[in-house]
Unconditional design. Structure first.
Length: 506
């Protein structure tokens, strides 16, 4: 029997099976034999949670992970088949799944599963070809099967079966989920742009460590959410996460709030522990660290150096085991030059650096984030589901959002309550958003009219280079390829237009 005949036979079996778990188990077993693979798995895409999850694998396990991670995640986002002969030589490979299951992946063939509209609804992967890597014919065969099962998964009955099965499985294994609660907290970091993917991957890379992390970014970009993601993906996940806003901490209360105080230090004062002890074994999040006085900075530095504290009015040294995550919207290196921040503390805090981009730096994510908030608040406030009109989405994407995600979330929450009907139109947007965009359009038009042809071309070229660098996360090689120029040519143009790079680095 030829390989094509075997593929057709598998497709016939698919048509005869009506229970989704049994169907996917059948496909996994048959495909494993067809491709001479050690294992095969089917993952469905949960767009709301940004997760890929397997209903069943050959070992009967359920696996969940962030759909933006790993080779499988890359195939899901790109919608392209990926064939890798040695996964540990591929930087995209997500080792966490191997580590959690104890399975050792060598070669990997991943095919996205698409519905009749061409939207990716999951992925089909085969692991560890028994003799070498997967061939081009293996790839064609897996793509044929993936095309066939997409239709089966899309049927109403199978979708309902999958939901019922998922609920039963989650209920039966509830105690197991509690043990790993928070392990997938990165799904709450919204966006699929290169900058956001970089943040998610960096969190995963440091998840098994207790390194101190400095999180920077403008107000409203989600710095505290990143801090929580780091904590709940770390070995300290079952220990306390304690947050304190340094900007709201009066100098007179600093020591007692952070380090604790002994009874009787002042009239009516009772003994209490401070934030460092409260976070013992876990994580202490120092928000707005750039607003601390130099005196406060010196005291925190001493704690970090000695890994111990003393209560106000106490003489006993108390050892501490706390991971420090800090955040600021200030440029600390500039503050150091001004004499407002201690350089030695800066390097203690910035073992790892994560920068959260502003919304104007990731305009491609605005529609996704706005739609997520609209679905969320329509459900929580029991409003009828609403969608954005195309013109409205253009307004949302064009606005600069000085308050970033926090401002966008509040605007969408207002729209969910006040918009009549199911379609959000541009006239429903806040007046200041519409006024700002219309004024920007007028200013741009007037400035363009006043320029010569040469100046207009130069302005357009400068804008195109800047946008392409932003899209490529300031990778000059990639940007040059997209622009169709040499890397040196791009560098020369950047010098001419005084365009500086701002690469995100750990």
């Amino acid at each position: 029997m030829s390989k094509l005949d075997e593929v057709m036979k598998i497709c016939q079996k698919i048509n005869n099976e009506r229970e989704l778990p049994a169907l996917l188990e059948l496909i996994a077993n048959e495909t494993k034999e067809l491709l001479e693979a050690d294992r095969s798995s089917i993952f469905l895409l949960d767009r709301e949670k940004h997760e890929l999850w397997s209903i069943i694998t050959l070992e009967g396990e359920q696996i969940r992970f962030d759909s933006r991670l790993g080779i499988t995640g890359d195939a899901t986002i790109s919608g392209q088949t990926i064939n890798v002969e040695d996964v540990y030589q591929d930087s995209r490979f997500y080792k966490k799944v191997d580590e959690s299951t104890g399975y050792q992946t060598r070669s990997l063939l991943v095919v996205p599963i698409k519905n009749h509209n061409g939207d990716v609804i999951g992925s089909f992967q085969a692991l560890n070809k028994k003799n070498g890597g997967f061939t081009a014919q293996d790839q064609k065969n897996l793509e044929l099967i993936a095309d066939h099962i997409a239709g089966a998964i899309e049927t109403t009955q199978l979708i309902e079966d999958s939901k019922d099965y998922q609920k039963r499985l989650l209920k039966e294994n509830n105690h197991l989920w509690k043990e790993v609660e928070g392990r997938f907290f990165t799904q709450n970091i919204l966006g699929t742009s290169p900058r956001i993917q970089h943040v998610v991957r960096l969190i995963e890379q440091i998840s098994d460590t207790s390194l101190n992390v400095l999180i920077t970014g403008e107000s409203g970009t989600g710095k505290e959410l990143v801090a929580k993601s780091i904590h709940y993906n770390s070995p300290r996940t079952r220990m306390p996460f304690v947050a304190i806003n340094c900007a709201a901490l009066p100098e007179s209360l600093l020591e007692s709030e952070l380090f604790g105080i002994e009874k009787g230090v002042a009239t009516g004062v009772e003994r209490r522990i401070g934030k460092f002890e409260e976070a013992s074994g876990g994580t202490l999040f120092l928000d707005e660290i750039g607003d601390l006085s130099l005196t406060a900075q010196a005291k925190i530095l001493r704690v970090l150096q000695e890994n111990s504290i003393e209560h106000v009015g106490g003489r006993k040294t108390i050892p501490i085991d706390v991971r420090i995550l800090s955040a600021t919207n200030k440029d600390l290196e500039r503050e150091i030059k001004k004499g407002n921040f201690r350089e030695d503390l800066f390097y203690r805090l910035k073992v790892i650096h994560i920068h959260m981009p502003s919304l104007r730096q990731i305009p491609e994510d605005i529609v996704l984030i706005a739609s997520y908030f609209m679905d969320k608040y329509c459900k929580t406030m029991e409003k009828e589901p609403k969608k954005f009109a195309p013109d409205t989405l253009e307004y949302l994407s064009s606005y600069s959002w000085p308050g970033n995600i926090r401002e966008l979330e509040n605007e969408v929450k207002r729209l969910a309550v006040l918009t009549p009907g199911r379609l959000v139109r541009e006239e429903n947007l806040s007046q200041h958003i519409r006024n700002t965009i219309e004024q920007t359009d007028k200013t741009t038009l007037n400035s363009t009219k006043s320029l010569s042809l040469k100046e207009n071309v130069q302005q357009l070229e400068k804008q195109l280079i800047s946008e392409t660098l932003e899209k490529c996360n300031h990778n000059q090689k990639q940007a040059a390829q997209l622009l169709g120029v040499s890397r040196q040519g791009l560098i020369n143009k950047m010098k001419r237009y005084k365009i500086t790079t701002n690469r995100i680095t750990p």
